[in-house]
Design a binder for this molecule. Structure first.
Ligand code: SDX
Length: 432
C-alpha cells in the first residue's frame, strides 16, 4: 500500500491538509479522510454512500462498468460452472479453495448442525396465516440470539467459528420449515448426508421424484452460490454496523434480514414476479410498462432493473437467465412459467434498446430472472427473499468475521449534517 498525498485547501482558514490516498488492489483508490475532522473540524457528507468506502475487504470484488464479480478473486461464471454452494461458502470464509479433506470436514461440521432447536417450530407456528416469511425468519434468528446469548464471546475465534457454522447450517433448515408451514405441510426432517441445497429441496418438496429433486437441487445450489455475497450492499453493511456494537451474530443477521427484505434490495425478486404477472394479466403490452417506468410522475419502476454499482449487465443475471432457459426446457414444453419468462425477455429487449435505460446504464440485476426459476421450482412467491437471505447468510458471516479481525475494528458511528433548529426556548403548552 503506497501513500500518495492529495491536498485540500480550506478557503476559510487557509489551512491545508494532506490526506493519504490508499491504493486498492483493484478498483478505485480511496482517500483516507480520518484526519479531516481532527485537523480541520470538517466532516465528509455522502448520503446514500455513493462515494464512501466503509471498510477494507478481501472477500468480493465488483467491476460495475465491466460487469465483473469475483469471490476471493474467482470469477462468478467459473464458480457457477465448476464449484458448488458448500465449496463457495468455504472459499468466502477462508480465502482459499478447500482440498478434498478440508471440504469434507467443512461439510460435516455444517450438516452435523442441521439439528436446529425444535423451539423454532413453535415460533413459526405463532405467526398467523399470511404473515410474511421474512418477518418469521427474523423472529427465528431472534430466538437463536436469545438461546445462545450466554455464549457471546466475540473476540474468541472458536466462538466465531462455531456461530458461523451454526448460522450457515441453521438458516436453510429454518427456511425449509417456514416453507413447510406456508405450504401447510408437517415440518420435515433434515438429512445429514445431503448438501444444503439437496436438504432444502428434500425438506421443501418431499414428494418429488428423485430425478426432479436432483434437477431442482442443482438449480437451487447455483442460485445459492450466486447470491452468497456482494460486498458492501445495504444488508451486508447493516450486518457490519449492527455487529460492530459486539452484539450477538444471530441478532446482527436478523438485522441483515430486515434490510434485505425491502423491494429495492432483495425484496425485488418477489416484486419482479408481481410485475410480470401484472403484465401477463393486463391487456397492455410491454411497451406500455416501459413508458410507465420512464415517467417520473409515475411511481412504477422496472423491478429487477438498475443497480448502484453495475453500469453494465449484472453477471449473475446472465447466469440465472441461462438457468431459467435450461430449467424451464427440462420441466416441460408447455410449462406455465414460460409466459412469464417470455415477458421478462421482452422487457429486457425493449429496455436495452430504449434511450432512457441506455443513457442511465440500467440493466437487469440478479433479481430479474431469479423469481422465474424459483417459481418453476415451486417455491411460493413470498419465500423468494428468504432464499436470497439463506444464501447471503454466508456473505454476512464472512463480513462479520472479517470486520472483527480487522485491525481498525471499532463501533460504526456515522456523523451528520445538522439542519434542524438552533437553540429554542421551551414554551408552556398553555401558551402554544
Ligand atoms: C439488489 O447493492 C447491491 O449489491 C444489492 C444486490 C446484492 O446482491 O446485494 O445486488 C441485490 O439489491 C439488486 C437491486 C434490486 N432492486 C431492484 O431491482 C429495484 C429496481 N431498481 C432500482 O430501484 C434502483 O436501480 C436501485 C435501488 C437498484 C439502485 O438505486 P440507485 O443507485 O440509488 O439509483 P437511482 O435510483 O438514483 O437511479 C438512477 C437513475 C434515476 O433516474 P434520474 O433521476 O437520474 O433521471 O435511474 C433511474 C432513476 O429514476 N432508475 C430507474 C430504475 N432504476 C433506476 N428507472 C426505472 N426503473 C428502474 N428500475
Amino acid at each position: 500500500m503506497t501513500n500518495k498525498k492529495i491536498t485540500i485547501k480550506d478557503g476559510q482558514t487557509d489551512n491545508e491538509i494532506e490526506l493519504p490516498v490508499l491504493d486498492s488492489i483493484l478498483g478505485p483508490n480511496v482517500v483516507d479522510i480520518r484526519a479531516l475532522e481532527k485537523n480541520l473540524g470538517y466532516l465528509s457528507h455522502d448520503p446514500g454512500f455513493i462515494a464512501t468506502s466503509s471498510c477494507e475487504s478481501k472477500i468480493t470484488y465488483i467491476d460495475g462498468n465491466e460487469g465483473k464479480l469475483w469471490y476471493r478473486g474467482y470469477p462468478i461464471e467459473e464458480l457457477a460452472e465448476k464449484s458448488n454452494f458448500t465449496e463457495t461458502a468455504y472459499l468466502l470464509l477462508n480465502d482459499k479453495l478447500p482440498n478434498k479433506s478440508d471440504l469434507n470436514d467443512f461439510f460435516k461440521s455444517i450438516s452435523s448442525n442441521y439439528n436446529v432447536d425444535e423451539q423454532i417450530k413453535d415460533i413459526i407456528n405463532i405467526f398467523g396465516k399470511g404473515s410474511h416469511p421474512m418477518a418469521i425468519m427474523s423472529a427465528c434468528l431472534s430466538l437463536l440470539s436469545a438461546k445462545y446469548h450466554n455464549e457471546i464471546d466475540i473476540q474468541n475465534k472458536d466462538y466465531r467459528y462455531r456461530s458461523t457454522i451454526k448460522l450457515i447450517a441453521s438458516v436453510p433448515v429454518i427456511s425449509a420449515w417456514i416453507l413447510n408451514s406456508i405450504m401447510q405441510r408437517d415440518f420435515q426432517n433434515t438429512s445429514e448426508n445431503l448438501s444444503i441445497a439437496e436438504n432444502f429441496i428434500n425438506m421443501a418438496f418431499p414428494d418429488l421424484s428423485d430425478d426432479q429433486k436432483e434437477l431442482s437441487s442443482r438449480a437451487m445450489d447455483v442460485i445459492f452460490l450466486l447470491h452468497a455475497d456482494h460486498e458492501q450492499n445495504a444488508s451486508t453493511s447493516t450486518v457490519r454496523l449492527s455487529g460492530s456494537s459486539e452484539t450477538s451474530p444471530y441478532a446482527a443477521i436478523a438485522a441483515g434480514i430486515s434490510t434485505l427484505w425491502g423491494p429495492t434490495h432483495g425484496g425485488a425478486n418477489e416484486a419482479v414476479i408481481n410485475m410480470l404477472e401484472e403484465i401477463k394479466n393486463s391487456d397492455k403490452d410491454v411497451e406500455f410498462y416501459i413508458e410507465q417506468a420512464k415517467d417520473k410522475n409515475n411511481p412504477f419502476r422496472l423491478m429487477g432493473f438498475g443497480h448502484r454499482i453495475y453500469k453494465n449487465y449484472d453477471p449473475r443475471a446472465k447466469i440465472i437467465q441461462k438457468i431459467a432457459h435450461e430449467y424451464l426446457a427440462k420441466l416441460s414444453k408447455d410449462n406455465p412459467n414460460k409466459p412469464l419468462f417470455d415477458i421478462a425477455m421482452k422487457l429486457e429487449k425493449y429496455a436495452l434498446e430504449d434511450e432512457y435505460f441506455v443513457s442511465r446504464k440500467l440493466y437487469p440485476n440478479v433479481d430479474f430472472y431469479s423469481g422465474i426459476v424459483l417459481k418453476a421450482i415451486g417455491i411460493p412467491q413470498s419465500m423468494y427473499t428468504v432464499i436470497f437471505a439463506l444464501a447471503r447468510t454466508v456473505g454476512w458471516v464472512a463480513h462479520w468475521n472479517e470486520m472483527i479481525e480487522d485491525k481498525n475494528f471499532r463501533i460504526g458511528r456515522p456523523r451528520q449534517l445538522y439542519t434542524g433548529n438552533k437553540k429554542t426556548k421551551y414554551t408552556d403548552i398553555s401558551e402554544r
